[in-house]
Design a protein around this ligand. Structure first.
Ligand code: PEP
Ligand code: MN
Length: 275
């Protein structure tokens, strides 16, 4: 594939994002227990994943649903990631969480519903933490890129974008993955774009084809929800890839990556953190 050479590499610890290697981020929608997050971390690491994702402070549509484990969730996320040589990505909801979050989170996610929360954008910009800005599901590419500029303007260049689907008239999927937005946003802002097929699909049956199309469209990484037992998941179970199927999904994504001149690394040699 014709790589856009103007795309900035974002380096988080030992992980370089935006180059030929795609960055895989996998994990549950919400961290639920020690057993759950450790089981997932093991498979994500063994499948070539670099980041363990998991929400601890959840923005749920309805207030009566599971809102996450909070700080305990972040502690578990960190422990499980460290045990398997992974980095962590999780959504930060409020400016006030940022200082403490640094202990647990390597990449701060700004969720779709907060994309235009300019106070949070500026605060994360000032913090210098690497930030992944999800696209608001009702926002244009222009609005998304302007939101990213609030972070960049504070001098923070460690910014990733994440296409996670937009609301259209179609209801067969939860959202509509805007595949064209991947190369367009990447070229216009010059930052890496991560693809989240999970929230776009809303159902696990369609996660694979959206994953593959995101890789084909030049995404710099994948953010995929997976759970050992999705029918019992406390959040977003229907779209979670069954954990035992995650390695095969990565293997298929690897073929598409190769076809467009990119690669998805296989598992790192088990890191020193494990031994
Ligand atoms: C999530 O990543 O679990 C999430 C809530 O995503 P979004 O903000 O894209 O809905
Ligand atoms: Mn989710």
């Amino acid at each position: 594939m014709r790589m856009n050479d103007n795309v900035r590499r974002v380096t988080i610890r030992d992980c370089s994002i935006g180059g030929p290697d795609l960055t895989v981020m996998g994990g549950p929608c919400a961290i639920e227990s020690r057993e759950q997050i450790f089981a997932i971390a093991e498979v994500v690491a063994a499948s070539g994943g670099r980041f363990l994702r998991g929400g601890a402070f959840k923005v749920r549509t309805a207030p009566t649903t599971f809102q996450g484990l909070g700080w305990d969730g972040w502690r578990l996320l960190r422990e499980a990631a460290d045990a398997h040589g992974l980095l962590t990505v999780s959504e930060i909801l409020e400016d006030a969480q940022i200082e403490q979050a640094r202990r647990y989170i390597d990449l701060a996610q700004i969720g779709s519903r907060n994309m235009q929360n300019t106070s949070l954008l500026k605060a994360l910009g000032r913090s210098g933490m690497p930030v992944m800005l999800k696209r608001g599901f009702g926002c244009t590419i222009d609005e998304w890129l302007h939101a990213a500029e609030y972070i960049l303007q504070e001098g923070n260049e460690d910014v990733l974008l994440c296409e996670r689907g937009i609301r259209t008239f179609e209801t067969a999927t939860r959202f509509t993955l805007d595949v064209a937005a991947i190369p367009i946003a990447r070229a216009r802002l010059g930052v890496p774009v991560i693809v989240d097929p999970s929230h776009a699909a809303g159902q696990r049956d369609w996660v694979e084809c959206l994953t593959l199309s995101g890789v084909a469209a030049g995404g710099d990484g994948l953010l995929i929800e997976t759970h050992p037992n999705p029918s019992e998941a406390l959040s977003d179970g229907p779209q979670a890839v069954v954990l035992s199927e995650f390695p095969a999904l990565m293997a298929r994504a690897r073929h598409v990556a190769a076809a467009v001149g990119r690669s998805i690394p296989v598992a790192l040699a088990m890191s020193a953190a494990v031994g």
